[in-house]
Design a protein around this ligand. Structure first.
Ligand SMILES: Nc1ncnc2c1ncn2[C@@H]1O[C@H](COP(=O)(O)OP(=O)(O)OP(=O)(O)O)[C@@H](O)[C@H]1O
Ligand SMILES: [Mg+2]
Length: 411
């Protein structure tokens, strides 16, 4: 499992400035009373990289940021910044910049005073503060706003000021906790590009927390999917989306058709399985790639995922698997048609998404018979989900959440 966490070949896409620093969490655990908030979290962030923490409410994202920042201290494990162990240092000695969801700007100060605050605290000269503040105002594209009051800014502008205030001290690591959570959808998308542009231009090593899967995938070099205080999968957004490790990741990042399968045979690279549709109807035999993670420990029964947008309707390609099916439900979503199908051998409720404006697609009516197809490599064999801590005995609880077994168990 360890190989998942190592940033071996990884190169951040942003500029690598000389001062960019790495951030390393090594086997960090944290309890609050009886509840285990973080369980042996290991994470290597490369200099200049932006990594997003993603996962359901209560999975430990904010706790991770707080441990990096020094607002809390790990029970066990270490935090290193630029190769230095900072585990025991207070927040103001760690050289961090922080941006929170609610901006937390000082309302009684002007925009310029807010931005220059960190340098003023550090005792910088007036002329230097003025010059740096002007540079920041240009950087966040609000050059004329230095004298304004905070209350005279829009939400998006306030968030840019919060960002400028966080980076004026040239932090070695920038922490962003739901930085866009308070903004409406349109503004959010604009700000995603804005933050990413600044982060890349300045080469600041950054860790961002977000609830929003799309946001994490558009902005990040890598995403870290967490659940129950553990890191479940780390990788480039595309890799994690296309190769989810287990059902939890597959369903957390977008929609997935999940098929129960019995394994019949295996080779070094592939497995042959028979699907097991609900209700005991006969399955079909399929061959799919065998992921490395399953090579040493392949169960007899596995689950396999196919993303709905990987399923073509009436457009079979050579080498692709084909199935006759029937449209049960059709929803038009503007940019795509979303279909629910009955497919003998796969089951009912199979989802297929089709781009709405491609010339070869005219939409299908309810009841229509169609041919589904997908490439063998678009069916992903999944590892069994980790047994939740609560099911292993011990005292861990997941207050406020439905039983993980109920939400992730057989459906
Ligand atoms: N100070 C604290 N005292 C007790 N329990 C805490 C404390 N801080 C966090 N926890 C618990 O630790 C777990 C992780 O919390 P955390 O705030 O890191 O979650 P999160 O992933 O940021 O969730 P959200 O998406 O809702 O912000 C939760 O079960 C939470 O209740
Ligand atoms: Mg949180």
């Amino acid at each position: 499992m360890d190989h998942l966490y190592r940033a071996t070949e990884h190169k951040p896409s942003g500029a690598l400035k000389a001062g960019s620093k790495s951030l390393v969490l090594e086997a960090v655990s944290k309890r609050f009373g009886n509840a285990r908030a973080l369980d042996t979290v290991t994470l290597h962030v490369e200099p200049g990289e932006l990594v997003s923490l993603l996962g359901p409410s209560g999975c430990g994202k904010t706790t991770t940021l707080r441990l990096i920042a020094g607002f809390d201290f790990p029970d066990t494990g270490t935090v290193h910044i630029g190769g230095t162990d900072v585990s025991a240092l207070p927040p103001n000695k760690r050289g961090l910049g922080m941006v929170f969801q609610n901006y937390s700007l000082f309302p009684h100060m002007t925009v310029g005073e807010n931005i220059g605050f960190g340098l003023r605290m550090a005792g910088a000269k007036k002329a230097d503060i003025a010059a740096a503040t002007k540079r920041m105002l240009d950087l966040i594209r609000l050059p004329e706003y230095g004298e304004r009051r905070i209350a005279q800014l829009s939400g998006g502008q306030q968030q840019r000021v919060a960002l400028a205030r966080a980076i004026i001290n040239d932090p070695s690591v920038l922490l962003l906790d739901e930085p866009l959570g308070a903004l409406d959808k349109n503004l959010r998308e604009g700000m995603q590009f804005e933050i990413r542009r600044l982060q890349q231009n300045l080469g600041i090593t950054s860790v961002m927390v977000t609830h929003d899967q799309e946001e994490a995938m558009t902005m990040s070099d890598r995403v870290v999917v967490m659940n129950h205080g553990r890191v479940v999968q780390v990788g480039a957004p595309r890799d994690v989306y296309d190769r989810p490790r287990n059902r939890f990741v597959a369903e957390f990042l977008g929609a997935a058709n999940i098929f129960a399968c019995r394994v019949n045979a295996r080779s070094a690279q592939a497995i042959t399985v028979t699907t097991q549709p609900a209700g005991g109807e006969p399955g079909v035999e399929l061959t799919l790639p065998l992921p490395q993670s399953l090579q040493h420990d392949l169960p007899n029964i596995i689950e396999a995922a196919v993303r709905p947008e990987k399923i073509a309707l009436n457009a079979p390609k050579p080498g692709h698997r084909q199935f006759p099916g029937r449209i049960v439900q059709h929803v038009f979503r503007g940019s795509q048609h979303s279909y629910e199908l009955d497919v003998p051998g796969l089951g009912s409720g199979v989802l297929a998404y089709q781009q709405a404006f491609s010339t070869d697609h005219v939409g299908h009516a309810r009841g229509e018979a169609v041919t589904l197809s997908f490439a063998p490599h678009d069916m992903i064999a999944l590892e069994p989900d980790e047994v939740p801590l609560s099911a292993k005995g011990g005292h861990t609880t997941f207050a406020g959440h439905a039983s993980p077994l109920a939400s992730e168990g057989a459906r």
